[in-house]
Design a protein around this ligand. Sequence first.
Ligand code: ADP
Length: 325
Amino acid sequence: MENMIKKIAILTSGGDAPGMNPAIRAVVKDALAKNIEPFLVYEGYKGLHEGKIESAKNINVDKYINRGGTFIFSARYPAFKDPAVRQEAKEQLDKLGIDALVVIGGDGSYHGAQLLHEMGVKTIALPGTIDNDITSSDFTIGYDTALNTIIENIDRIRDTMESHSRAAIVEVMGHGCGDLALYSGLATGAEVIVTNECKISPEEIGRIVKEQTEKGKNSIIVIVSEHIYENIHDVAKIVEKISGKGTRGMALEHLQRGGIPTAAERINSARMGMKAVELISEGKSGLAIGIIKGATVATPILEALKIPRTDRTEKTKKFNKLNQA
Ligand code: ADP
């Protein structure tokens, strides 16, 4: 039966990501278009528990279409693992007569979404994280913008490294997934790409930097995924000692998280947001939305959490070979 759902809420949870705002806008506007009243939950699961919920009927969501971050705020709220807390959170929705919930977040948020689904809240999850580590989608909301931000910054780093014949060891985010490192490495021609799948020692990086310098490379860029080395500055010191080339270590940190969402980001976010509302209006629940091979798809959240990551070892080797040639 069409339109049994009268009210839906949306929240953003975990690490923020550019593209969350255009996704929220799409959910709100598409709900309105389907005569469903949209509600905003502020501060993720924390705000859900505390009842920080308001109708979006009279909120101008259009102005956030080109803004990074999430205008409904995000939070980390470990208390949500407690069933009693989740029950109280569900009651906040019941009190307002809200039938369904859209959760935008990473895999941690997906666990929370699955548990709400099991408690009878109609829940749909959207992949929101710059790390691209949600395997039920080729692209997560935030990944494309973060990738472009990294590329832009590495281009800048290259300018100064080139002027002083230096090497830079640049650490990027990824939370165990090497995609940001791998593809920014390909796009910037980084001489060395290090991910969890292709770890090498600082000494080995030093030897490659030396070899590349001897081959005539003036500047060297080494991109590494986070959490591989304890201290990027110590890695730089070792590389400098072995290669004899002035080496600087730097982590791009939170600047990777911000910024204006790219065209691809806004388009993918809107498509996934609309898909969420479509499924909710059909009474569906417990699904994770993604874009796979260009198509907008839905996978049960439980399954989505179990899909193994594609092994990129060969790809990483191939890109390293290309950039070192
Ligand atoms: P992300 O969603 O970006 O992976 P987190 O792992 O920090 O970020 O998860 C975001 C939030 O999701 C947590 O702070 C918590 O509120 C909720 N969450 C995470 N894991 C669980 C779980 N196993 N059960 C219930 N809620 C969870």
